[in-house]
Write a protein that binds this ligand. Structure first.
Ligand code: HEM
Length: 155
């Protein structure tokens, strides 16, 4: 890939990955705060905002994965293979767990259904969210290792 294409793609990869981490962490922390406060109006607001927030998170993760794949030139050795495996788990977890949880929690909150089912789904969503935060964080750390291999100081 020419340096003309590599540079913008590298910037896109970092920004999209950073925004994805920021969004999912914000969703997680705001959920914990409103659940602890127990104010129904606040829970409704946050759950609804998260369901719409997925519309920003999903394209960010897709852009991060696609740009990462292009930057790697399809290579799967070492850290690249690990990053690739992680993003597959992140995507699967997002589509199969986080999305259905976020949407059903928003619907339940809108109907004032704060029962045991809500609590269980909320617990699953927090767990799946924490796993994705961890995996995205590890991909950022390994991205830094790819750019600045051990022993070579930044800047
Ligand atoms: C959630 C997913 C991912 C996140 C958050 C992420 C994040 C990052 C970050 C922040 C950097 C730059 C580090 C720095 O400048 O110090 C980076 C670099 C890199 N990542 Fe990812 N990454 C992800 C997935 C992937 C995937 C799936 C691949 C492909 C296998 C990949 C390949 C690369 C490559 C090749 C670089 C070096 C780019 C360069 O030279 O600028 N990344 N990543």
């Amino acid at each position: 890939m020419s340096t003309h294409t590599y540079r913008p793609l590298s910037i896109l990869h970092r920004i999209a990955g950073g925004i994805a981490l920021l969004l999912i962490t914000t969703f997680w922390v705001s959920t914990v705060i409103v659940e602890l406060r127990g104010n129904v109006a606040e829970i409704l607001l946050v759950k609804t905002a998260i369901a719409y927030g997925l519309l920003a998170l999903i394209p960010c993760l897709m852009a991060t994965g696609a740009s990462g794949f292009r930057l790697s030139g399809g290579k799967k050795a070492g850290l690249l293979g690990v990053k690739l495996r992680r993003i597959k788990i992140i995507a699967g977890n997002g589509v199969l767990c986080l999305m259905p949880c976020a949407i059903s929690l928003a619907v339940m909150a809108q109907h004032g259904r704060f029962d045991v089912v809500f609590a269980v789904v909320q617990g699953i969503e927090l767990l799946a969210g924490a796993i994705n935060i961890y995996l995205i964080g590890r991909n950022i750390r390994d991205g830094m290792r790819l750019v600045r291999p051990a022993g070579i100081p930044a800047g």
